[in-house]
Design a protein around this ligand. Structure first.
Ligand code: SAM
Ligand code: FES
Length: 345
């Protein structure tokens, strides 16, 4: 039965597409809590009760892309655009360093900051804080651009694949965007030597159990160092503004399955999960996640990085988020550590 399948996954870290689909379709509260227990045991073997923290700096919301689900898509005329200056970004790092962050994630809309400027910024951050890690999440670029950012000192790159089912991908993106190119980018990043993060939205429009099985199979074979998943949440100014959001329960269950597939993977309990359920991040950590990514962006611009509606923490100072998360993690018996938080292999 399905409980045996969970056991098999915990042992072999691989299943067939049909078996993954059966696990997705057969989700019940009992099966989910069984999977969560197994996932948490695996994560504790490797990472104990440590939770790694990443300082997320949302560097700007201008974007050349038009992902149908996303609030900062270029055709959203209601999006209030901003771009942080180099000095603002470095100030965020300085504040973050003082708060104990040893990884900075620079994320933003795609194709806005020229690559030489990104490289200069990465070099500056790495020279100011030699023992920090820099993660970039800036979208799709050429292999040469990825190489230049890597040579400048970037350690990690997050590029969610969004969905591993090509037909589904095409329903979530305009014809100008290409599934094959996104997959190509992920392979380039890996070959260059980045620690790479893929990931997908849970409950995005037109997603089926088959799509999710394809996502799990992709994670199994691509073997990422990081995997970012969070519920799809509608944003009112997008064509998907009236669609229903993904659920916390399904996201948490999938976090457990991903931990069982990849015992070592760096797996965040995301802000989107904390947005649809006030205790979402805690539940995610208890179900196998081991990373949280609080916001380090200047509070003056936070609300503008509105990928989806009702995003949490947009009014809180970075220090508040940091201590809030400390308390939240301590309340469930885990603790945030001051460390780069590289993958343990
Ligand atoms: N531009 C970069 C890229 O495309 O990878 C990084 C920024 S992009 C806004 C970060 C992630 O936000 C996407 O990979 C997507 O999964 C997520 N996202 C966008 N719109 C969302 C929504 N409505 N609900 C939940 N997540 C969303
Ligand atoms: Fe931001 Fe709690 S994590 S206020």
């Amino acid at each position: 039965d399905l409980f045996d399948l969970v056991d098999l996954l915990a042992e072999r870290h691989a299943l067939s597409h049909e078996e993954y689909r059966a696990l997705v379709e057969g989700q019940t509260p009992e099966l989910a809590s069984y999977a969560a227990k197994k996932a948490d045991a695996l994560r504790r073997e490797i990472y104990g009760t440590d939770v790694y923290v990443r300082g997320l700096i949302e560097i700007g919301n201008y974007c050349r892309n038009d992902c149908i689900y996303c609030g900062i898509r270029k055709s959203n005329a209601n999006c209030d655009r901003y771009q942080l200056t180099r000095e603002q970004i470095l100030e965020c790092c300085e504040e973050g360093w003082g708060l104990g962050f040893r990884t900075f994630v620079l994320q933003g809309g795609e194709g806005i900051v020229p690559i030489p400027e990104v490289c200069e910024l990465v070099r500056e951050i790495k020279s100011r804080y030699p023992d920090c890690a820099v993660t970039l999440s800036l979208g799709e670029y050429s292999r040469a651009d990825y190489q230049a950012m890597f040579d400048a000192g970037a350690d990690r790159y997050l590029l969610r694949h969004e969905t591993a089912d090509k037909a589904h991908y095409e329903k979530l993106h305009p014809a100008s965007m290409s599934f094959d190119n996104r997959m190509h980018c992920l392979r380039d990043l890996k070959e260059i030597g980045y620690q790479v993060g893929c990931g997908f939205m849970v409950g995005s429009p037109y997603q089926t159990p088959d799509c999710l099985a394809t996502d799990l199979k992709f994670i199994e074979t691509f073997d990422p160092e990081m995997c970012g998943i969070g519920p799809f949440i509608p944003q009112k100014d997008t064509p998907f503004g009236d669609q229903t959001a993904g659920t916390a329960d399904q996201t948490i269950y999938l976090l457990s399955l991903i931990r069982l597939i990849k015992p070592n993977v760096l797996l965040p309990a995301t802000t989107a999960l904390g947005t649809i359920d006030p205790l979402g991040r805690e539940k995610g950590i208890q179900a196998g996640a081991n990373v949280v990514m609080p916001n380090l962006s200047p509070v003056s611009e936070r609300k503008k990085y509105a990928l989806y509606d009702n995003k949490i923490c947009t009014g809180d100072e970075s220090a508040q988020c940091r201590s809030c998360l400390n308390l939240r993690m301590e309340s469930i018996g885990y603790s945030i550590v001051t460390a780069r938080g590289d993958i343990k292999k």
